[in-house]
Ligand binder design. Structure first.
Ligand code: ATR
Length: 275
């Protein structure tokens, strides 16, 4: 019997999601018999939609904005990285019928930085801009890389300070003005400012020589932060397309036990946006 397994990404808005494309490419490449669709689901109808999806025999769901915290609450069991993120982007049906919640965003980012772009994080000074959900999802995997320091700077300082307490001061929380006279080897933009074409005001010389800039958001045209990185002469100036594909690969691995080749998919998506 050639039974097809069903997967989906839930979120709102969801019509521009690249996830169905990515997972179908993975499935084709690894010869997995599955389909993967995008479903418009908002916070109000999330529980009903996800319950129905699994009741109909669905095997796994990715959750994106604004559902990651709700997915965290929905999951019966959670991985360590989901617990530290307090957010879930991947739900997976287990053999006993329970639902596992995982967060593959942080590992996706770290894989893109270290494996795809050869950027070492060990002993590096790493700065994250923003202290919202996106930041929460990447802290633990970044700390695992043993940076020299990890600083979270946020417009609302209290949120950065709260994160520092929550992570036992293994990171430093501050406001943007406190960054004056400091330098970082890697600056990650995890604010949602890029999406509205904004950028926090950042001090001069914040990026060390040969430093790297990485925007967790991605776009077909350079984001505000990517444009800022160019002005700072960043040695590498990247957006989150690679992270998107890598977090998807990690979810695919969780579901199927097979690791797809991400490079061909990243190259394809990059080629498509540069035409
Ligand atoms: P996400 O899940 O994308 O992280 P979020 O949890 O709403 O979304 O967090 C958005 C982050 O972007 C926050 O850190 C927010 O700063 P505040 O905590 O001060 O609100 C930050 N952000 C959004 N727009 C911004 C802007 N124009 N300038 C600076 N920071 C901004």
């Amino acid at each position: 019997m050639n039974k097809i397994d069903h997967y989906a990404v839930f979120g709102s808005p969801i019509n521009h999601s690249k996830s169905p494309r990515i997972h179908r490419l993975f499935a084709e490449q690894t010869q997995q018999n599955l389909d993967y669709v995008a479903q418009e689901v908002n916070a109000e109808n999330f529980v009903a939609a996800v319950t129905e999806f699994f009741a109909q025999g669905g095997k796994g769901v990715n959750c994106t904005v604004p559902l990651k915290e709700l997915a965290y609450q929905f999951a019966d069991i959670k991985t360590e990285r989901a617990k530290s993120a307090k957010a879930v982007n991947t739900l997976a049906l287990q053999i006993d019928g329970s639902i596992l919640g995982d967060n593959t965003d942080g590992v996706g980012l770290v894989t893109d930085l270290t494996v795809n772009h050869g950027i070492e994080l060990e002993n590096q000074r790493v700065l994250i801009l923003g202290a919202g959900g996106a930041t929460r999802g990447i802290i633990l995997p970044l700390l695992d890389q043993q940076p020299d320091c990890l600083v979270v700077a946020n417009r609302t300082i209290e949120k950065a300070l709260t994160l520092a307490i929550e992570f036992n001061h293994s990171l430093e929380g501050c406001g943007f003005h406190t960054l004056e006279n400091r330098q970082f080897d890697v600056i990650l933009n995890a604010t949602s400012a890029s999406l509205s074409d904004e950028l926090p005001t950042l001090p001069e010389n914040l990026l060390a020589e040969n430093g790297v800039c990485y925007d967790l958001a991605y776009s077909n045209t350079p984001t505000t932060f990517v444009r800022w990185g160019k002005l700072q002469n960043a040695s590498k100036n990247l957006d989150g397309l690679g992270m998107l594909v890598e977090q998807a690969a990690e979810a695919f691995f969780l579901w199927r036990g097979v690791r797809p080749d991400t490079k061909t998919v990243i190259d394809l998506l990059n080629a498509e946006r540069s035409v």
